[in-house]
Design a protein. Structure first.
Length: 484
């Protein structure tokens, strides 16, 4: 295994750099294709989320691989290599596996324990499979990462260590008021219909908002999300409604909305400060926050149980979960608006308390890394063992053919008995060493046993390589059909 990951995340880089380094799906595909075309890499996958971009590759040279992957990230993100390099981290072999498994469990997330990362890992694997850049190693790695992440969430209380990024962001908007109390009766606008936007819409519906309007570049996807939100058993409040609108209707919806959540794949600003200012001005003209929602700020006055943390001057609460940002940062300076974005979430979550379950998840990750490494090392020697047994079978066949020439009078029963006896002898002689060499190969540093086996039995390297290629193709073909 020569697994290498080069990347940057909210832990290594400021949001301003992450924002510039964000890659759309088309750019991710081009990055994968160019990585595979580079000499050191034979497999590639890219994990791109709102707060990380990581390039995984199976490389035959470490230093050349680091240089090539770093250069490719700089080229495709448009951030100069000299500027990008200080923010990059590098993990190799078992450390790379440990990193991805930790990411899958939510240990490396901005909000510890969030579960959306599993869907993003699944998307990364799907893209690698679609483009045929993920071979056996990366298929095995990402499939196992998904299993490890699911195991962590099912066997521990890691979910209690932190909320989803969506819930965390909404709670920041609520400023200490219980989310259900804050959201009750509000009208929400959700921009985007992807996984994060869908989660935001569902969270708002469960929190008690009265209506969710979904705006998306493709109206059909917005309509589908609105339908899902209204399906029986969705956990929404009584009387809840949802609608789909075209992007051109967003300015009108801003006038009606009390809370806006935006998470699109756009490479530029979706909501400008001027658009928000205009919406606030229209709301003021029509009676402030009561416009469109039937509410007034008297539902949570300063001297009520909501407490001093409640800001009754906030007429439009905005949550920006996109990277790069969807909402102009200048909105922070607008009276009547409150904006929570990825940057402010990163600052707020830096001191978030860790649950005791985190230690249990770390133990799971360590155990799974060891098991994955052992399985990969054992698999590495399998083609050599197969080539050895194939050579032994060829020797048996050759000797039986020679025996037929020297003893042509043997009948079929005698020939079959001799053939079976010779095969049993060969199998017994090979059984113990092949079983033992597989056990030894699964230990750290065990990769050298395959080389020793090839040397001792003078195996043809081309024969071993042919088995490896066939095995890799079969493995990739099969894993592509496994549900993630």
């Amino acid at each position: 295994m020569s697994l290498l990951v080069v990347g940057l995340s909210h832990r290594s880089a400021p949001v301003s750099v992450l924002e510039r380094a964000a890659l759309a799906r088309e750019a991710q595909a081009k990055l994968l294709q160019d990585t595979l075309a580079a000499e050191p890499a034979t497999e590639a996958a890219v994990l791109a989320t709102c707060n990380r971009i990581e390039l995984y590759a199976d490389v035959d040279k470490f230093h050349a691989g680091v240089a090539e992957l770093s250069t490719l990230l700089a080229q495709h993100t448009g951030v100069g290599l000299d500027e990008l390099t200080p923010y990059l981290y590098v993990h190799y072999e078992d450390r790379a596996v440990h990193h991805l498994f930790s990411v899958a469990c939510g240990l490396d997330s901005m909000v510890v324990g969030e579960g959306q990362i599993l869907g993003q890992i699944k998307d990364a694997l799907a893209l690698g499979q679609e483009l045929h850049t993920a071979g056996r190693l990366l298929n095995d790695l990402f499939q196992q990462a998904l299993r490890v992440g699911k195991r962590a969430h099912s066997e521990t209380g890691i979910d209690r260590a932190g909320q989803s990024l969506v819930t965390f962001g909404l709670e920041r908007l609520a400023e200490g008021v219980p989310l259900g109390d804050w959201a009750g009766g509000k009208r929400a606008l959700v921009i985007g219909a992807g996984s994060m936007s869908s989660l935001a819409a569902a969270t708002l519906a469960r929190a008690g908002v009265a209506h969710v309007a979904v705006a998306n570049r493709t109206l059909e996807r917005a309509e589908r999300l609105a339908e899902i939100l209204c399906e029986p058993g969705a956990g929404r409040a009584a009387g809840f409604t949802a609608s789909a609108v075209e992007m051109r209707a967003v300015p009108d919806e801003l006038v009606l909305a009390d809370v806006v959540v935006s998470c699109t794949g756009a490479m530029g600003v979706v909501l400008t400060a001027e658009a928000i200012r205009a919406a606030l001005a229209s709301r003021a003209d029509e009676g402030g926050a009561a416009a469109g929602s039937g509410r007034t700020d008297s539902s949570c006055p300063i001297d009520s149980a909501c407490g001093d943390a409640a800001r009754t001057d906030v007429r439009l609460a905005l949550l920006d979960l996109a990277m790069p940002r969807d909402i102009d940062a200048a909105v922070h300076r607008l009276d009547g608006a409150r904006l929570v974005d990825i940057e402010s979430l990163a600052e707020a979550s830096a001191d978030a308390p860790m649950a005791a379950d985190v230690d249990q998840v770390r133990t799971i990750v360590s155990d799974e890394v060891a098991a994955f490494g052992a399985a990969q090392r054992a698999a590495h020697i399998t083609p050599t063992v197969v080539a050895l047994r194939t050579m032994a079978a060829d020797v048996v066949a050759s000797e039986i053919a020679r025996l037929d020439g020297r003893l042509p009078d043997l009948d079929d029963k005698q020939r079959a008995e001799i053939t079976q006896t010779v095969r049993r002898v060969v199998d017994k002689l090979l059984h113990a060493p092949t079983v033992r060499v597989k056990e030894l190969a699964s230990t750290p540093g065990g990769a050298g046993y395959a080389d020793a086996l090839r040397e001792l039995f003078d195996l043809d390297p081309q024969a071993v390589a042919a088995v490896s290629r066939a095995d890799s193709q079969a493995g990739t073909h099969n894993t592509a059909r496994e549900p993630a």
